[in-house]
Design a protein around this ligand. Structure first.
Ligand code: BTX
Length: 325
């Protein structure tokens, strides 16, 4: 009921009368009054005026069930959402839960992540109560070879979610860095447990720098947060909900062919490397070219330059890394 009352207050520009809330939710006046009291205790500033009703003036940056659920419009992603005060890594937690039988769509969100992980053993800086550290458990039916593309689907969802909540121009640096004004605001780590032809589970971990005001010296040059770019704090709950609202829509499109053919255009519209010169760090030797887009499997298409070996080459994120020139 708390989530529904919050939703009604948020949707209304002016006052919502107590009577309207009672009627819409089929509850008593006393019940509404109690919930309003609880919300005030949690830090919401709600004005109550006789004969007019209630008006929401200020929302604290809380990552609570009420704040997330009142904005989440998904059928399965985030149902249920498990909120933790602390964990080692939401990806590790999600894997443990998946092995213990947690269902497809379960989302794990933690306020404090003590050992946040990046790709290939790197670490992910996760300061307390200012970022978004979350992981979705998935048990899909497509073959394991397709799972790495979920990272690109997630990147699109983050770009979309961030744009819709903040208006910031979030773009994607292939394959899955989300960048605002040239600096990284998000990292995505997808991990899988599978047999050769069968996925046990996939966990899609997303870290978003939401409201931190500074970064450790080693990443200060390349990292930023939504609040630093926007000049004001953002509602982390709103970003969480909008990311999964977008993810579910994109995932449905992905499932049409179990590849990115229906999403390519949209991904490319956010792709910052497009039309730019890139250097491919290939273990067999570095080479350069101009990034043109992605193929249906999420490989970056690069037009090779300057080697006498011209043509479009597709590179795989598991094999090479790419940096801007
Ligand atoms: P990555 O390997 O692409 O990026 C890791 C690199 O990014 C680090 O080596 C460091 O240079 C830089 N970095 C570290 N922390 C930050 C930060 N907060 N902002 C910007 N740059 C940073 C990307 O790996 C995948 C990260 C996934 C993180 C999520 S959080 C929820 C889930 N749980 C978990 O343990 N990991 C995922």
């Amino acid at each position: 009921m708390k989530a529904r009352i919050l939703q009604l207050l948020r949707e209304q520009e002016g006052y919502v009368s107590g009577q309207d809330i009672c009627r819409k939710l089929s509850v008593s006046r006393t019940a509404v009054w109690k919930v309003i009291g609880q919300l005030k205790e949690e830090g919401y500033v709600i004005e109550a005026v006789q004969n007019k009703g209630y008006r929401l003036l200020e929302v604290p940056d809380l990552v609570t069930e009420g704040e997330v659920a009142s904005r989440l419009h998904t059928g399965w992603a985030g149902h249920p959402t498990v909120f933790l005060e602390r964990t080692d890594s939401t990806n590790n937690e999600a894997k443990r839960m998946a092995e213990a039988g947690a269902s497809h769509g379960t989302l794990v969100v933690a306020e404090n992540q003590e050992a946040g992980k990046g790709r290939r053993g790197r670490s992910w800086s996760s300061p307390e109560k200012s970022g978004i550290w979350m992981t979705l458990i998935m048990k899909p039916e497509f073959p394991p070879s397709q799972a790495s593309m979920l990272t690109l689907v997630a990147a699109m969802a983050v770009a979309e979610g961030v744009r819709s909540v903040t208006g910031l121009e979030a773009g994607i640096k292939w394959p899955n860095d989300i960048v605002v004004n040239g600096k990284k605001i998000c990292g995505i780590l997808t991990e899988m447990s599978a047999e050769p032809d069968y996925i046990n589970h996939v966990v899609v971990g997303i870290g978003i720098n939401a409201n931190m005001e500074e970064f450790p010296p080693d990443i200060r040059e390349k990292a930023t947060s939504l609040s630093l770019e926007l000049g004001e704090k953002v509602s982390r709950a709103a970003v969480i909900a909008e990311v999964w609202n977008a993810f579910e829509l994109y995932y449905d499109k992905f499932l049409e062919n179990a590849d990115l053919s229906s999403l390519r255009e949209k991904y490319e519209a956010h792709l910052l490397n497009r039309g730019k010169e890139v250097c491919v760090l290939d273990p067999k030797g570095e080479w350069r070219g101009v990034a043109r887009g992605i193929d249906r499997n999420g490989r970056l298409l690069i037009e090779q330059t300057g080697s006498g070996d011209e043509g479009l080459r597709a590179v795989d994120s598991g094999e090479v890394s790419v940096r801007g020139v």
